[in-house]
Design a protein around this ligand. Structure first.
Ligand code: UT7
Length: 329
């Protein structure tokens, strides 16, 4: 390892045009706007419609915008990682499709699966390639077409999720800014509370699995809720403590957007006023791996060089973590 840090030098995101409102969900399942807003904070989410458009399309749009705004030649990109739980296909990797379509002839690629923590895990992984001194341009994508695995007859899950893609460019930095620290965890004991029951090697897709709707995302919300609050508040406090930071030293907390009540609890447990917490769940719902870059993209114009920013997420697995970033531009 060198003393070089890995800095985020650009961010871009993409949300599809179609907006699925709570009013429309009221026509599909036994629910109502008041329940959805008070229990989750979600008012609408964006859904990718169109034949042949999958997660790679969401990632591709985010990456195209990122290359353009940062003036990056795609042939200079050496690695592209895509965090997703809704890959276009089980193989090849979705990252490979994104890289091919955006002209990254010299990049190697892989997907990373860590559910809602996918972007955190992929960002940490991508940063290590830069820190090694061997790589100069790495792109990390978080993209999910959650609508492809949501059961629109199940009111417990269909109100929660939306589709989006986001991407960041990582480059070496020697001015003290960049990715400073990461606390990441996995605990497979939570697997049965949030997962896709069939379609993998355990239960390959069959008429029976489809009839039983086992190809959709299943969630037992209450235990996940509790684990998300304690998991995220714990790692946020840990990352602050080991870097000697108080809430006053941190400009923004960027939490995974699964439920507004979870965000409020995490903020209060870590002593952050909500004004410092990025919240866009009302517009997009839970976009799984895309959530964190989507927040950074929306807040980009308010971020200042040197700002301490804490990204945190919790998701299926369980997986969770927090990353401290000193914003680099
Ligand atoms: O992103 C990965 C991590 N995921 C999370 O962090 C999500 C964590 N979990 C949650 O955010 C919440 O548990 C949910 C939003 C999923 C559910 O909220 P909840 O307050 O935990 O509700 P619940 O599942 O305990 O259900 C309470 C009641 C039930 O009715 P009864 O049994 O009390 O009669 C449900 O059937 O609300 C009912 N319910 C609904 N009612 C209207 C469940 N979904 C709906 C709905 N509309 N869409």
């Amino acid at each position: 390892m060198t003393n070089t840090r890995s800095a985020i030098t650009g961010v871009h995101a993409y949300v599809p045009d179609y907006v699925l409102t709570n009013a429309e969900l009221e026509k599909l399942v036994e629910t109502n706007d008041e329940w959805i807003v008070t229990r989750t904070g979600i008012r609408e989410r964006h859904i990718l419609k169109g034949e042949g458009l999958a997660t790679s399309y969401l990632g591709e749009q985010a990456v195209r915008g990122l290359l353009e705004k940062t003036g990056t030649n795609p042939e200079e990109v050496e690695l592209l990682i895509c965090a997703t739980v809704t890959p276009d296909m089980m193989f090849p990797d979705t990252a490979n499709l994104i890289a091919y379509r955006t002209g990254m002839k010299n990049a190697f690629t892989f997907d990373l699966s860590a559910a809602c923590s996918g972007f955190l895990f992929a960002l940490t992984t991508g940063a290590k390639y830069i820190e090694s001194g061997l790589y100069k341009k790495v792109i990390v994508v978080g993209a999910d077409k959650m609508s492809s695995i949501v059961d629109y007859t199940d009111r417990a899950t269909c109100i929660l999720f939306g589709d989006a893609g986001g991407a960041v460019l990582l480059e070496p930095s020697n001015d003290g800014n960049g990715i400073m620290d990461a606390v990441l965890h996995s605990d497979g004991s939570g697997a049965e509370n949030l997962y896709q029951k069939a379609g993998g090697s355990l239960k390959p897709a069959s008429h029976e699995t489809v009839d039983a709707k086992e190809h959709f995302a299943y969630q037992n919300g209450r235990p996940v809720y509790k684990a998300a609050v304690s998991g995220m508040s714990g790692v946020v406090k840990e990352v602050m403590q080991r870097n000697g930071l108080s809430a006053d030293d941190v400009a923004w907390v960027v939490p995974h957007q699964a439920n507004l009540r979870i965000l409020e609890s995490v903020a209060s447990m870590a002593d952050f006023p909500m004004e410092k917490v990025m919240v866009n769940i009302h517009k997009y719902g839970n976009t799984t791996a895309a959530t964190l870059p989507l927040c950074l993209w929306e807040w980009e114009s308010q971020l200042k060089k040197g700002d301490n920013i804490i990204l945190t997420a919790f998701g299926g697995g369980y997986t969770w973590g927090a990353i401290l970033v000193k914003w680099a531009y």
